[in-house]
Design a protein around this ligand. Sequence first.
Ligand code: BGC
Length: 763
Amino acid sequence: MNKLKSTLLSLVAAAAVAGCSDPGSDREMDRFIDGLMKKMTVEEKIGQMNLIAIDGSVMTGPVTESATGEKIVSGEVGALLNVMVPEKIRDLQELVVTKSRLGIPLLFGMDVIHGYNTVFPMPIGLSATWNMASVEEVARISAVEATAQGVNWTFSPMVDLSYDARWGRVAEGAGEDPYLASEIARAYVRGYQGDLSRNDNLLACVKHFALYGAPEAGRDYNLVDMGRMRMYNEYFLPYKAAVEEGAATVMSAFNEVEGVPAAANKWLLDDVLRKQWGFDGFVVSDWDAVREITVHGIGDLKEVSVRALDAGLDMDMASQGFAKTALESLGEGRITEKQIDRACRRVLEAKYKLGLFADPYKYNDLKRLETDILTPEHRAAARRIAAESFVLLKNRENTLPLARKGVVAVVGPFADNRPNQLGSWAFGGDIEAPTTVLEGLREATKGRAEIVYAMGCNITDDPEYERILASWGRALARDKRSDAELMREALAAARRADVVVAVMGEAAEMSGEGASRTELGMPAVQQRLLGELKKLGKPIVLVLFSGRPMTLVEENDKYDAILYAWFPGTEGGPAVADVLFGDAEPGGRLTMSFPRSVGQVPIHYNGRQTGRPAPADGSITRYVSGYVDESHLPLYPFGYGLTYTTFEYGDVILGSAEMSPGGTVEASVEVTNTGSRSGTEVVQLYLRDPVASVTRPLKELKGFEKIRLEPGETKTVTFTIDSGMLEYYDNSLERVLEPGAFDVMIGPNSAETKSATFTLLKQ
Ligand code: BGC
């Protein structure tokens, strides 16, 4: 062992004795990192700022003989991503600890987005649960499974607000509302990071900072341009919430903000994130984003790396901008060693907080592979939470729940389709693990109803489109029989049936990164099949898989029931069966408005009043802010979702007609279950400031409560409105509280509310 290594080991031992795995002991951490950094060369410091993907030879041979291994040994790497084999992670950690000069442990990052081995609903579906305990549980289980395999850093939560269903990445987000997305961001961070002294929690990374969800025309990576007032009052809030909750890392976005790509945007990374919000973790770029700044047209790799470091970027993912240029820039005086130290220190601090210096092998307990993965408990949670995420959009004359009797025809390209059930970020998900909808329905009806199945059609019949989608990785499951043959089979099955369950929608590859769409309807071949089925006159229940809001005007008119199942994950099949037969209720409420047509996009419920508002009932008229060929209202509003029972809301009763600054007002409403089944309601509180010094949103969600009611039962739900909820950022970006009237609106969704008004008094 060389001298330096033994010095590090003694530092480690001293730190362990001093309890350095306790994230609270900042002074100990500082002392430890000071000592370590004194031993580091500049090159080694720059190495900590470098996150790379492994080269192929890591997987095929001993890690010592790979190019990645060489870099690790020479201290050129601070973190790796996408190493999916636990034994390899252990070998790589051992390599850095035993063979590199200082033995600084590595971070292992991965996109653990909606579960790891046990796959949960896509994040947009998870957001539809409006249940923070469920979001936290998903993050917690994801952390347990990922850490059992050596992953100690997840690139989640993604909380980019978006009003634009064309943008494929809405699948990965938490919808359109700043308040709800902020609560969700907090829940993810709690679930992932929890107590970092444990070996089954991991670092979170809130992304993509900032405004990634607002690209022009819905095209991924495209120009974002918005006013700061909107940033501060809407788009920034979920990232800020994650930071407040203690997210250890932040990922910068691909897009530019006010003309400067986020990874090199000093205003974003330094002024807003660190100075205004107090973030003290490290910032990593998105994949290759530093190099991409050269493509944006800001300079060569050396120039953009200088700008990124100066802006406050600490780690470069994949493009190796710092690794390739920082030393030279330092020699030329374009950056300082202090800047390098700052970035390196932040990375080392994250490693310290994880406890890696005290025990570099903390996450390499391979025995956990036998106990912690795809457990019956994890699968049960996946089933329960999937049902909670399903949104019942339509239910003509109580078509659902179905009785377990007669013949049920199950058709559609998603009915028996394992890969598509998982969604687009299911790296760790075993493709064989999911139970499909068909299997779920068979299991649920055993001996009581007959299930007849026919696929009916492929997901799409557009060969060009298919080629593009298949090139992305997971080929579409295509049946080679002709469309006519597939349809004949489905019609024959449906003729025999009492009810048709059509499991349809868009493929997992049609949403997610780089998958923006100009059409948001169901693929034509599926629509054709539905049209033919309709002619048989049987009740049709549509179960839709999708990662985004789709345009469903025709489907809403024609079919009897529509259950939106997103990409429901490993236990999606049984969960669909649970809901279709009424063993579970459809628990979801929309977190994005569903447009009537693509032309309405971007669309969101919390817009601002114009001088010429369109009629509130959605009727069409000219010279107002609407359309001459379509209502301006969405098909299904934010917050919407039916249940198997009905609820009635009483009037909104205020505890007081006035509020003093710093004070509170209580707003209550009685909610009664007027149906014949027990059910869960999401009671939603919205506020509006009708007259202010700048224009304010028509409605803003400020609270919600999930309540369960038996038939005939009434509960009073009381929200406490405090004056902090009335504050906002004005156009000088001052946080202000302005006296005057405020409307309180409470209801089952953003479009059907009852209201009352109180006055905020002057100071
Ligand atoms: C995505 C990120 C992701 C990263 C690493 C990028 O292309 O935008 O969300 O974390 O890749 O996989």
